[in-house]
Ligand binder design. Structure first.
Ligand code: ATP
Ligand code: MG
Length: 390
């Protein structure tokens, strides 16, 4: 008898997608995430992914699998040649273990007969095993509707028995949906936005704008730390850093004070679009949420959106701040995001920013600037770093 991990990725998600392509990507991501854990075999079998491994690594493997998009369920299971008595014994031991660990009081057996040559039907297998457990354990009952524990039994070319179902994040494997460029600030929202889009199968690169030396080295490191946390889920990606200060100074000098934020946000979008081209990205991702701040009203979004042609994904547009914070905590970017280093947007912050900018008026102000030259200069000084998890 051996331990094995079963990874399930759900069927609905594969509809309309090329199944092979999806599975192969997922296998590749799993192999990559586990590559330092010794002797491990990852392979597809019967619309699931199986992992053979060395026993002592089970918890660590599961912990890593939980961070791979596309995985819906993970179970550590026993596998052995099909034999009803053996199945009964292993199922009984699972229940005993769960009683000892969790004090479960009710259970049910859920069986699946894939090998139709096996003489008992699924329901018959379940009732045989259930009866065996009831005969051998005191103080336990069957509850088919709301059991404390379920023992899953699968009769295939071999028998599989398990009772843990651990949920992954679901979604689609990174890279099955193309590539996008995340506008990554040091705030709470943008890392969550990037995470959500990667969960839908997008590969990511990121661009960050700073105002060095008004913003510090520490602020830059903070963004780098956020990028590292994201890379656990997203894999390797590239961080482009651009100094916005010369542009902000120019706006400050030549344009109305209350338009500072909206004008610099248009520059950010234009610069991001240029970087997207370099990175091979076909969309932009931001952490904007409707109504959260002055630059996130419909009018502001329209004004910044019109600076670019690429699609802009705003996965948080309808999400409340409390819910974004909860997501940030779950993906473990929150603690880094709340570190108090200054953001480039706080430099030259207008006392009363326009909340309902009119596009024609903003375009007029923009005419006072040599937009192309400013963009070229900013790109010329851009720094590029590959984020690789150490
Ligand atoms: P966040 O928490 O993500 O910083 P926010 O609530 O502070 O968002 P804004 O400052 O209006 O909101 O920024 C909206 C979005 O614009 C951010 O989510 C991010 O995608 C992008 N953005 C803002 N500042 C920067 C920056 N310095 N570098 C890169 N992207 C930025
Ligand atoms: Mg911000």
């Amino acid at each position: 008898m051996e331990r094995i991990i079963i990874v399930r990725y759900g069927e609905i998600m594969m509809k309309g997608l090329n199944k092979r392509f999806f599975e192969d990507k997922l296998v590749k991501h799993i192999r990559h995430a586990l590559k330092d854990l010794g002797n491990i075999r990852v392979y597809k079998k019967e619309s699931r992914i199986l992992i053979d491994f060395e026993d002592y690594n089970e918890n660590l493997i599961i912990k890593r699998l939980k961070k791979i998009f596309g995985i819906v369920l993970i179970s550590g299971a026993y596998r052995f040649p099909v034999d009803l008595d053996k199945i009964k014994e292993v199922a009984l031991n699972e229940i005993k273990r769960r009683i000892e660990n969790e004090g479960i009081k009710t259970f049910k057996v859920d069986s699946k007969r894939v090998d139709k040559k096996f003489p008992l039907k699924s329901l018959e297998i379940s009732s045989e095993i259930g009866a065996h457990i009831l005969r051998n354990v005191q103080d336990i009952k069957v509850d088919v509707h709301n059991p404390d524990a379920v023992v899953y039994v699968e009769v295939r070319d071999e028998a599989y028995v398990f009772s843990d179902k651990i949920y992954g994040h679901g979604g689609l494997p990174v890279g099955t949906g193309g590539k996008a460029l995340l506008l990554l600030s040091g705030g709470i929202d943008s890392p969550v936005a990037g995470w959500l889009m990667a969960k839908r199968g997008l590969e990511l690169d990121a661009v960050h704008f700073h105002s060095y030396p008004f913003t510090s080295e520490r602020a830059k490191e903070k963004v780098m730390d956020l990028a590292k946390i994201l890379s656990i889920y997203v894999g390797r990606f590239r961080l482009y850093s651009i100094n916005l200060l010369p542009i902000q100074k120019e706006i400050n000098e030549k344009c109305p004070e209350d338009e500072m934020t909206i004008l610099s946000r248009r520059f950010m979008m234009k610069l991001a679009q240029r970087v997207a081209k370099l990175s091979g990205s076909s969309a932009l991702v931001t952490g904007e949420s409707l109504g959260q701040v002055a630059s996130q009203t419909i009018e502001s979004l329209h004004t910044t959106n019109s600076a670019v042609e690429l699609p802009v994904f705003r996965p948080l547009i309808a999400t409340d701040k409390v819910d974004i914070i909860n997501m940030a905590k779950e993906i473990e970017t929150y603690e880094t995001s709340i570190l108090p280093y200054e953001d480039c947007c706080t430099v030259f912050l207008p006392k009363r920013p326009v909340t309902k900018p009119r596009l024609d008026k903003i375009l007029k102000s923009e005419e006072k600037l040599d937009v192309e030259a400013l963009i070229e200069e900013a790109l010329g000084n851009m720094e590029v770093e590959d984020i690789i998890l150490d």
